[in-house]
Write a protein that binds this ligand. Structure first.
Ligand code: SF4
Length: 408
């Protein structure tokens, strides 16, 4: 973020006039006139005061807030997060690892430096006394937005109407972690589960052990790549387009298919193309190409290996010195891998020079993190993510099933 240095004499907004009125002796409430205001309703520090400051001026403030909050606060950072933010994370990982960690967190505050669906999942798995905070509420996920609950319910009703759900041993709805809590609850209520890219294969096997078909939401590429790796030919997969009549397909094709793929994708990973693999191989003979399974099937087929972000890191880690990798995933992680593994004599470059950035993940800035943490120090819970109780129950069922299915 390019910001100007503050002018001479600029006063730090928090230490100049404080974030909020002070709490009373028991710290749980304060009085404004005759009104008693609960802790979460106090006036919070204004985010605007932070956004005018440069990134580097946040470092000491974030560290100080972390120190004051101590073990009451855990900061989780997804691998795609920018360096200036992830350096403050207690734990880093992919969404599978972070969901396990958030389920085990002790403190009252879980600050999730990721995107909205991840924070929702953390809230579903959290204890009632825990608060999950997303430093910027605009950090969403374009893939998750591609499957709305009304569309998915409509699809299911049509499948029921065509008799698809009653065929043989039925159909299991399986959703990728990158989906809304409502979609997770939809799957949980119908005997399905959630998966991540770490355990998608195991989740497919779990589903096929009890049913003949899977409805996979919302990422067609992860669904196709996973099913294909399990030996299901492309001819036994069909894409459901929520914007077309009957999903853009026919009852015959739906009856014959083992996997119905929702027409969603990740705008970051879909940018990688087969020619990127050809180009990098031509330019660097002997290079190993490893990609995330959110990439297109054609790209994955040309790659040497596929894997979740955790697995991509492990592949490079296990390689001998002198190995060169082209990695098809989000650019912040690729750059971080490049720096980390250079020390081991390995070279890591991006599969596509134009750089694939997750712009929504990037929204969480040091300023947002400092703002969220300093408000917590002052007793203000800002940007709390709360999933409605009726949604939470079945979403939790689906997530618990996911946590029982091992990662690859
Ligand atoms: S990388 Fe893709 S799937 Fe992941 S959060 Fe960003 S937009 Fe969503």
């Amino acid at each position: 973020m390019e910001l100007l240095e503050p002018a001479d004499g600029f006063q730090h907004p928090r230490f100049e006039h404080g974030c909020s009125p002070k709490a009373d002796a028991n710290g749980s409430e304060l009085k404004a006139g005759n009104t008693v205001i609960a802790a979460t309703e106090r006036a919070s520090c204004s985010l605007d005061n932070y956004l005018v400051l440069p990134d580097h001026t946040m470092d000491d403030r974030i560290a100080e807030a972390r120190r004051e909050l101590g073990r009451d606060c855990v900061v989780l950072g997804h691998h795609y997060q920018r360096d200036e933010v992830i350096k403050f994370a207690d734990y880093t990982g992919d969404s599978y690892k972070l969901s396990q960690l958030s389920a085990q967190a002790d403190g009252r505050y879980i600050v999730f430096c990721g995107v909205h669906f991840m924070a929702e999942s953390a809230d579903i798995l959290a204890r009632p006394d825990q608060n999950v905070i997303l430093p910027d509420l605009n950090a969403g996920c374009s893939m998750a937005d591609m499957a709305e609950i009304g569309q998915v319910e409509g699809c299911w009703e049509q499948l029921e109407g065509m008799g698809i759900t009653a065929l043989g041993r039925g159909i299991t709805p399986l959703t990728y972690m990158n989906s809304t809590a409502a979609i997770k609850a939809f799957c949980g209520e119908r005997g399905g589960l959630v998966c991540t890219s770490s355990n998608a294969g195991a989740a497919f096997r779990w589903s096929f052990a009890k049913s003949d078909k899977i409805l996979f939401l919302p990422d067609q590429h992860l669904g196709r790549n996973t099913a294909f790796a399990l030996g299901i030919p492309l001819s036994e997969m069909v894409v459901w387009d929520p914007y077309m009549l009957n999903g853009g397909t026919t009852p015959e094709r739906l009856r014959a298919a083992k996997v119905i793929l929702w027409k969603g994708h990740c705008s970051v990973h879909q940018r990688f193309l087969p020619e990127h693999v050809d180009n990098v191989r031509a330019k660097y003979p002997g290079i190993r190409v490893i990609v995330h399974p959110e990439c297109r099937w054609e790209v994955c087929q040309k790659a040497d290996a596929l894997g979740s972000t955790e697995r991509l890191i492990k592949i490079v880690d296990a390689a001998p010195a002198g190995t060169m990798f082209a990695v098809g995933t989000e650019i912040h992680l690729v750059n971080r891998m490049g720096k980390r593994f250079a020390a081991q004599g390995k070279k890591v470059i991006t599969l596509d020079d134009s750089g694939c950035l997750c712009t929504t993940m990037f929204r969480i800035s040091p300023q947002h993190l400092a703002w969220a943490l300093e408000n917590l120090v002052d007793g203000n819970v800002v940007n709390r993510i709360r999933v409605a109780e009726d949604v939470k129950y079945w979403a939790r069922v689906a997530l618990d099933r996911m946590l029982e299915v091992p990662a690859a």
